[in-house]
Design a protein around this ligand. Structure first.
Ligand code: CTP
Ligand code: MG
Length: 229
């Protein structure tokens, strides 16, 4: 089933500490940005990529798109201060109907199969997200004193992509702007419409490269995937 995808790539990568946007860092000599874009560029169902970028990265990003022959970036938009602003600028540039995905540029390992399940669920329900069951025991604390142990069986660690019927995502972002609400993902804006959001179980290796250790994990994941063919 056809979809369009908004890819926020306008961050600064502060926690990675690379001195520039972490998306330029390479894994097996290919920039993280390109690893992520390729997943969608090579997916027949993907009808267009809206890439949200920082103004300072515009020139080098355009050069990378050319060098690696990325075909499906139909729109480049400028990002904003927060991730949510960067996504919203993408929402404004999206086509009027159908399903739209939001996927972090810093998550290069998402699988096509997961994407397709997610798009189907979003088409049916209106909103769907990829998540994995939490493995750790999670406790709530005030000033490092435990106040509660949260029942793990009901907890999910949420990833991207997240998929929505475009009208729902647009309404959710507009309401968030109106209410001056900032969420850490797009589904949280949809939840407060309110609208039902369903979970598709994904893979633990769909990591987001956030801190320097993640680069080692990412290299291991790539190596494992090569061995498996
Ligand atoms: N992002 C964005 N616009 C922002 C902030 C983040 O488009 N204003 C993007 C990032 O480029 C990344 C994704 O959102 O692909 C997830 O954000 P995160 O992992 O936090 O990346 P950064 O914000 O770049 O990193 P940091 O928070 O460590 O500075
Ligand atoms: Mg950030």
């Amino acid at each position: 089933m056809a979809y369009q995808v908004i890819i926020p790539a306008a961050g600064q990568g502060k926690r990675m500490g690379a001195g520039r946007n972490k998306l330029f860092l390479t894994l097996e000599e290919i920039p993280i940005l390109i690893h992520t874009l390729r997943v969608f560029d090579e997916d027949e169902e993907c009808k267009g990529i809206i890439l949200s970028i920082h103004q300072d990265d515009e020139k080098p990003f355009k050069e990378l798109l050319k060098e690696y022959r990325i075909q499906k970036v139909t729109k480049l938009v400028h990002g904003g201060k927060e991730r949510q602003d960067s996504v919203y600028n993408g929402v404004k540039a999206a086509q009027a109907d159908g399903v739209v995905l939001v996927h972090d540029a810093a998550r290069p390992f998402v699988r096509q199969e997961t994407i397709h399940q997610l798009v189907q669920a979003a088409q049916n329900v209106g909103a769907a997200i990829v998540a994995v069951p939490v493995k750790d025991t999670i406790k709530k604390a005030e000033q490092q004193v435990v106040s509660e142990t949260i029942e793990r069986s009901s907890l999910w660690a949420v990833q991207t992509p997240q998929a929505f019927r475009i009208s729902i995502l647009r309404d959710a972002h507009e309401k968030a702007v109106e209410d001056q609400f900032t969420g850490t993902d797009d589904a949280s804006l949809v939840e407060r419409l309110p609208h039902k959001v369903v979970i598709i179980e994904g893979d633990y290796d769909n990591i987001k490269l956030t801190t320097p250790e993640d680069v080692y994990f990412a290299e291991a994941i790539l190596k494992k995937r090569k061995q498996l063919g």
